[in-house]
Each structure stands twice: as C-alpha cells, then as structure tokens.
Design a protein around this ligand. Structure first.
Ligand SMILES: *Cc1c(COP(=O)(O)O)cnc(C)c1O
Length: 430
C-alpha cells in the first residue's frame, strides 16, 4: 500500500451537513462512521480531512479483494473506454458470456457443481427472494425454515426468514411463509439442534408443515458471527435430503473466499440445491447477485421472475476479472487460512488478556467476531476504533459482537496494525 494520502477532493467546512439536512433518517452506517470518505485503495479508506482508516468492514463483505483492486479496475476502465454495453436487461452480451464461462471453468467444474446460473435483481435479497420463490414452485409447498439469528435481506420474503426483531417489526405487516428453528448452539453447547428440527419434521403433531426449503448461512454474518459446525451442516443436509426439503445456502456474505474456500460450505462437503451469492461476486463492490440452482430445479417459465437490472454488465466485467485474478489457483484460500490463524490467535489473546470483558471468539476464516456480553461494550470498542483510524462494525441483534471482516487481500502488516488499534480499544473498555 502507498503510504502517501491520495489527492483529495476539496473538503467542505461542514461535510456532514448535507446528510443531516437531506438524507432520510434511515441512514445507518454513516452514523457509526461519521465522516465523508473520498478515496479508497486496498484495505484503506481516506476521508475529506485526509485521515486514513484501515478497513475491517470491507463493505460488509462486498470488498473481499479490497477497494479499487487494480486488475479489476483496469478491466472495467478498458470495457468503458471501448463503449462496451453498460446496460442490456438480460440480453446476451459478451460480458455475460465471459462471466458465465469463467464461473463454469474456474469455480463450478473444478468443484463438480453443475449448477444453472440465474441472475435475479442486483442485490442479495433479490437472490434470496428468487430462491424462495423457486423452492415453492418446485415443491408446491409454501413454508421455509430459517434459523435463529439468521439474516437474508430486507424484502418481505427474505425478511420473513430473518431473525432480527427490530428489522422484522419494520415490515409493518405480518411476515409469512417462514419459521425460525434453532441454529447450531442456540440451545446451548449440549443440544444438537438438527435433532430438534428432525423431531419437528417427524412428529405429525408438531405443528410444523413440511417446508419447501431450509435456508441457512454457514456463518451468520449479520446475526452475530455464530457458526454452524461442519457436522451440524452435514446433519442438516442429510435431514433435508431424507425429507425432500430443498437446502438453500445463503453464501452472500461468507462466500467468495471469506472463509477460505470459494464457497463456505465446501469443507462440510455440502451440495446445496441452491446457493445465493452476491456481495463480493462482482469483486469491485458493484451490485451483482446470482442464484445457483441444480439443473433439475430450474423449472422457471421464461420471464416468470424478471427485473430491469438482472444483468449489470459492468459487474460481469469485474466479476470475470476477479475470478481470473484470484481463483485460477488455490493461493487466495491458503492466504485466508494463514491470516485467519493469525487473527484467531490475536482474538484468543484478547479473551485472556481482558477477562473482565467475558469475551468469546467466534467465526471462521476472515470473518471473526469477539462477543462481549456486557451491553454497549462492543459498540464502544467500534466507536473508539473509528476515532483511532479503524473501520469496524458490530454484529448481532443487540450489537454485542465486534465483527472483524478485513479484505481478504490485506497485507500482514495492515492486518496487525488494525489488530493493535482494536487491542487498545478493548483495553480501554476492560
Ligand atoms: C447482506 C446479506 C443479504 C442481503 O443482501 P443485500 O444486498 O443487502 O440485499 C442476504 N443474506 C446475507 C447472508 C447477507 O449478508
């Protein structure tokens, strides 16, 4: 990373004023990080004052390859310079063809996953909606099983399968078609919650109608960085198979290498019926989303599910460049594993060094969480971290988990610099 601050646009005297005056109250992350960012590169952001921040948030997982990755940027600039088609609904474009071929040859074929690729609207929640709709169409059943602390998006179908009470309440009408079952660990360490779900599915008096699908995250990015163990995920997949229930993995936040392998479910050996991808699939932070579907399940009528922005051509270009740059070999996965081991050691060290926090480490790969049960502690740590030049967010309905989500490509020294800032903030709260 260059040490010098990039050229900055002119700073206004009250840079936050326009947001307070004009932008809706619903604005959110701007409140946690109250400044105006201007420039970003790799694992760094700069603001109008010329302050540099290390990014341990990475666009909530949309920037796995960092900000303005040079190879992706170059591909995009070249495409624009050549007047490549910028918008084409879901028509055939060279950019889409190249993306599909690259996804097939670098990701799907080597993993023996012969999925069809559906492009829903450009956001994650669009992929989840499409998955749920297709699961209902395929099975003729309405219900979906989601999990406690799960998060799948803010549109009504995805929200119905999400746990957060405040976000659910904001829907303003009853959320239908989904029930929450206990995620791995929700009932305490000794309880296998797949056995609980099995009991519900197998007892005709349980009150649970046979669902169309089970919708699950392998690591709950928004819900508090709880992880489903490999055994739990395998038992869940087996249960789904036994009961003819489709298994949908929402890999929107923890796919694209976040936990190491391209898909987070690879170590558990799952072969989900459908996979939702978004956030880092474009690689550049451009809106893009897709649903991978087992070919037999691809029973859509043409145009039965539709949308204007189902082919973000610019995102196809950067997505193709990202797959070529990072997924032609196993290097990125190995790098994630190596950096994750360092991060885990740091987190474990903090648990020991600050027993007063009663903290607990969670996560997998480069999504790690430090759960601080005392109300307000995680939030205070993140606030102080920002003051010290580190962007890091809380996770969980009550915001009690410090979620560490750096770009996967972060340099060792920058990762450590961010950790050192966090350590000082934890020391302040201990
Ligand atoms: C972010 C996220 C979504 C929703 O994606 P949007 O682009 O915000 O609609 C869905 N599922 C998971 C696991 C996510 O992290």
């Amino acid at each position: 990373m260059p040490a010098e601050a990039p050229v900055l646009r002119k700073a206004s005297r009250q840079p936050m004023e326009v947001f307070e005056r004009l932008e809706s109250q619903v604005r959110s992350y701007i409140r946690a990080f109250p400044t105006v960012f201007t420039v970003a590169r790799g694992a760094f952001l700069w603001d109008v004052r010329g302050r540099r921040y290390i990014d341990f948030f990475a666009g909530a997982g949309a920037l796995n390859y960092g900000h303005n990755e040079p190879r992706l940027k170059e591909a995009l600039l070249r495409y624009l310079a050549e007047d490549g088609v910028a918008h084409a609904l879901d028509m055939g474009t060279a950019a889409k063809a190249e993306f599909l071929e690259t996804l097939e040859s670098l990701i799907l074929e080597p993993r023996g996953l012969p999925y069809r690729v559906m492009f829903p609207g450009p956001t994650g929640t669009n992929a989840v909606e499409a998955a749920l709709k297709l699961a209902r169409k395929v099975t003729g059943r309405a219900g979906v099983v989601g999990f406690t602390h799960g998060f799948h998006g803010m549109t009504l179908g995805a929200l119905a399968a999400s746990g957060n009470r405040r976000k659910r309440r904001a829907a303003g009408l009853p959320l239908q078609g989904a029930v929450a079952m206990p995620y791995d660990g929700f009932l305490g360490g000794g309880v296998d919650t797949v056995a609980v779900l099995r009991r519900y599915l197998e007892d005709d008096g349980s009150g649970l109608d046979r669902p169309a699908a089970v919708l699950v995250e392998t690591v709950q990015g928004e819900g508090g960085v709880d992880t489903g163990s490999e055994g739990w995920l395998r038992r869940l997949a087996a249960l789904c198979r036994e009961h003819g229930v489709l298994l949908i993995v929402d890999d929107i936040q923890v796919g694209c290498g976040r936990t190491g392998p391209f898909f987070s479910f690879e170590p558990a050996g799952l072969r989900p019926d459908m996979v939702c991808l978004s956030k880092s699939i474009s690689g550049f932070g451009l809106p893009m989303s897709l649903l991978l579907v087992r070919p037999e399940l691809d029973v859509w009528e043409p145009g039965e599910h539709n949308g204007t922005f189902r082919g973000n051509t610019l995102a196809f270009v950067t997505a193709t460049a990202a797959l070529r740059a990072y997924w032609s070999d196993g290097r990125l996965s190995r790098e994630v594993a190596r950096k994750a081991a360092h991060l885990e050691r740091r987190l474990a060290g903090w648990v020991e060094a600050f027993p007063g926090l009663r903290a607990e480490v969670r996560g997998r790969g480069l999504i790690q969480g430090l759960a601080c049960p005392e109300p307000g502690v995680a939030e205070a740590v993140c606030r102080k971290a920002f003051e010290r030049g580190l962007v890091v967010e809380t996770s969980g309905a009550e915001g009690r988990v410090v979620k560490i989500l750096p770009p996967l490509v972060i340099d060792d020294a920058d990762l450590e610099e961010g950790c050192a800032i966090l350590e000082r903030c934890l020391a302040d709260s201990a």
